[in-house]
Design a protein. Structure first.
Lengths: 195, 533
């Protein structure tokens, strides 16, 4: 198996914790993993991405070749589209629909969403709303991870275990609410897309 | 042994700890910062009392590491590529003194300039200083090279340059560790004059260095880090190394390449292996991250013989980092690129954080500068360089660490009055202090704004050497006490701060204004820690 994932967002939105959970799950399944991150200047409110590759075979490149990503997992709608050249023909784009508007020429949201919905394989999820409904607005990124989980070639339980490990120091309440967030995202994807 | 998931930078740190390092010296700089940070967080490093505090700049770091080597212990010094310019005097001369304890100089290059002002290739520095260079292709090799690099250094009594680039530094993968070695107990150099570079001694040392070059080549020819992989199709041979090796193999599903491949991860160039691939193949393609370093040398080796392709004839781009698709194109393989980026997607440049003190400082400076017009503000390297972007558009230069003060001085010498320098607290103690002394000695008409957030912010909030000492340093350098003005950059102080800046702009001499407010990122982290206690 192999799943090549582009994680996208704006600096500070927490894509690295998504990467950490997937990474834990990959270790549990004894898979090879490479994950390229962005540090430094662009973290300050700029666009950030991480290339996350998991595979049962040894991985050569730290960067995903363009046109070979199986999944774009984005916590921001405009950022999800920035990485389209990386998405393979059968790949999925999973994104939050809530925009992070910190630039003067940010596009109209309707146009963004309609572009996303014009793609053959997409999941557009209002993750902020779902996270708020379960009482944990900060779990927005985990909701999206849940919505993307059907396209990550690993058992769902491994992602749950990843959450348990990553949030271990923060106590059971934080673990449970994030498990709930993961499940809500998963159910959304199953209900809306994979029906 | 233990299997750890490590960034390339962290793998170097772990390799150095396990390799028996007694000290690490560094100044923060993307993409090298995580090496020191990893050692600082390491329990093993604490147990062993490994030296692991930040230095004021790369030169002081390089010299301290050389001093530890003199005392017979293993040391590494880490920096970003432009940091090696700062450390160059010590670096080049350390090749003439040679070492006692093993010395690794780790330099992280930043092709594509993700967080830098140029994309210089540090391998040229290694060649310039005539020392061996190691360049890992993956995180495991990064670990192995740091682990074994000390022995290579001690074998030839020479510093070893370990070069990485952004993508390997900031990419995570599994690393298998080796048994931890003992630290050296320390010893004086056998030759008591080895480190005295008086011309008469330096000439002897330099001749020895020249005489050792063949040994370095021979070592590279037999190195475990260099590899010749045979292939049936000899119409083309591929020479690669470092992270470019991964991009090459990514393009072949079963990881079998039809052409012979020479992987060069230890320099000087292993001549025999290069001769071999040249003799067996009709043409050569060089795939390397950074400048056409190998390619240029081969072109001169084989002048008018075997055609050599690469960055000099457009097979690969001359600028920017490589990726699998660029390498595919150079091999005339299919382009897999997906859909274009939709035109509605806009650029999202980095910006100063909401609530950042630099924001208020720039608002105040812009207001105070209105009457003097544009083009008079020289800035420096740090978060505040983002003052170049809207809405501030406040600065006119950013060249190298410390250049704000000295460029302002030169401009004021040329009659550009008032000339303003904007510099951060950490950059000031890195390379701004000496320039300030020049300005004081000539009573230059400049206003220096040391925007003090009490940290090295851009690289993630490392300790700043000057915290709590800035006024004393300025006074010690001779800035008049009444022209050292401290302020708190907050909206509510706007009017008052603008007034202070205006007063100092009008002063015909050196003024230092210190807007001081803690970085909002370090503040948030501090508060979080307090909450968890």
């Amino acid at each position: 198996m192999k799943t090549d994932i582009i994680l996208a967002g704006v600096g500070g939105q927490g894509i690295l914790s998504i990467a950490a959970i997937i990474g834990m799950a990959a270790l549990e399944n004894k898979l090879f993993l490479k994950q390229a991150e962005v540090h430094g200047m662009s973290q300050r409110g700029g666009d950030v991405q991480s290339n996350l590759r998991i595979s049962s075979k040894e991985i050569a490149s730290d960067l995903i070749p363009m046109g070979k990503a199986d999944l774009i997992l984005s916590v921001e709608p405009m950022e999800s589209l920035r990485y389209l050249p990386y998405l393979s023909q059968n790949g999925y784009l999973v994104t939050n629909t809530n925009s992070f508007n910190n630039i003067p020429d940010y596009p109209e949201e309707e146009k963004l969403i309609s572009k996303i919905k014009s793609l053959q394989n997409h999941v557009a999820i209002d993750a902020n709303k779902i996270a708020s409904e379960i009482g944990s607005p900060r779990s927005m990124n985990i909701v999206i991870l849940g919505a993307a989980s059907p396209f990550i070639d690993m058992p769902f339980e491994s992602l749950e275990n990843g959450i348990r490990k990553i949030f271990a120091k923060k106590g059971d309440d934080v673990i449970n609410v994030n498990l709930k967030a993961l499940k809500s995202g998963r159910e959304f994807a199953e209900r809306e897309v994979l029906k | 042994m233990q299997n750890l998931l490590l960034l390339g930078a962290e793998a170097i740190a772990q390799g150095a700890i396990d390799g028996g390092m007694s000290g690490i010296y560094a100044y923060p700089g993307t993409p090298s910062t995580e090496i020191m940070e990893y050692v600082q967080a390491s329990k093993k490093a604490e147990e062993r009392s490994i030296h692991r505090l930040w230095s004021s700049n790369e030169k002081t770091a390089m010299e301290s590491a050389l001093g530890m080597s003199y005392a017979g212990k293993r040391a590494i010094v880490c920096m970003k590529h432009v940091g090696l310019n700062v450390a160059a005097d010590a670096f080049v001369n350390s090749a003439i003194t040679g070492v006692n304890g093993g010395l690794l100089v780790v330099v992280a290059d930043d092709p594509s300039m993700h967080s830098s002002q140029n994309e210089q290739d540090s391998r040229f520095y290694g060649k310039f200083a005539m020392i061996p260079i190691l360049e890992p292709a993956n995180q495991q090799e990064a670990y192995n090279m740091a682990y074994k690099g000390f022995e290579l250094s001690e074998k030839f009594k020479i510093p070893v340059l370990l070069r990485i680039t952004t993508r390997i530094s900031h990419s995570r993968a599994g690393v298998e560790t080796k048994p931890i070695k003992n630290m050296l107990s320390g010893s004086l150099p056998k030759n008591p004059r080895q480190f005295i570079l008086l011309p008469a001694i330096a000439r002897v040392n330099y001749n020895n260095l020249l005489a050792d070059q063949d040994k370095f080549v021979e070592d590279a020819e037999n190195s475990e880090f260099n590899k010749y992989i045979d292939g049936k199709d000899k119409s083309l041979g591929i020479i690669t190394g470092g992270i470019a090796y991964n991009y090459l193999f990514e393009n072949f599903d079963d990881r079998i390449i039809p052409h012979p491949v020479l992987k060069i991860n230890q320099y000087p160039i292993p001549r025999k292996l290069v001769e071999k691939i040249k003799n067996e193949c009709d043409e050569l393609l060089v795939v390397e991250e950074g400048a056409p370093f190998i390619e240029e040398m081969l072109k001169s080796y084989f002048n008018e013989g075997t055609p050599v392709h690469g960055k000099l004839d457009g097979f690969l781009p001359r600028v920017g980092e490589l990726n699998p698709n660029l390498v595919a194109k150079s091999l005339k393989l299919e382009d897999t690129t997906g859909d274009d980026i939709p035109s509605i997607v806009k650029n999202r440049p980095p910006s100063l954080c909401p609530g950042c003190g630099h924001r208020d400082m720039y608002d105040e400076l812009n207001e105070a500068m209105k009457e003097y017009g544009k083009g008079k503000v020289f800035a420096d390297i740090g978060c505040y360089t983002l003052g170049a972007l809207p809405p501030f558009n406040a600065i006119n230069s950013c060249v190298d660490m410390g250049a704000s003060i000295t460029m302002a001085k030169g401009a004021s010498d040329a009659g550009l009055i008032p000339a303003v320098a904007v510099i951060g607290d950490s950059t000031f103690t890195h390379s701004g202090m000496t320039g300030l002394l020049d300005a004081v000695n000539e009573k230059a008409h400049i206003t220096v704004i040391i925007s003090d957030n009490s940290t090295t912010a851009m690289t993630g909030g490392q300790n700043s050497q000057g915290t709590g000492k800035i006024e004393a340093i300025c006074e010690g350098l001779g800035v008049e006490k009444e022209h050292i003005r401290v302020m708190i950059p907050l909206k509510k102080n706007f009017e008052e701060n603008v007034k202070v800046i205006k007063e100092e702009l009008a002063y015909n001499g050196v003024s230092v204004i210190i807007p001081r407010r803690e970085c909002v990122q370090t503040l948030a982290r501090r508060m979080k820690k307090l909450k968890h206690k």
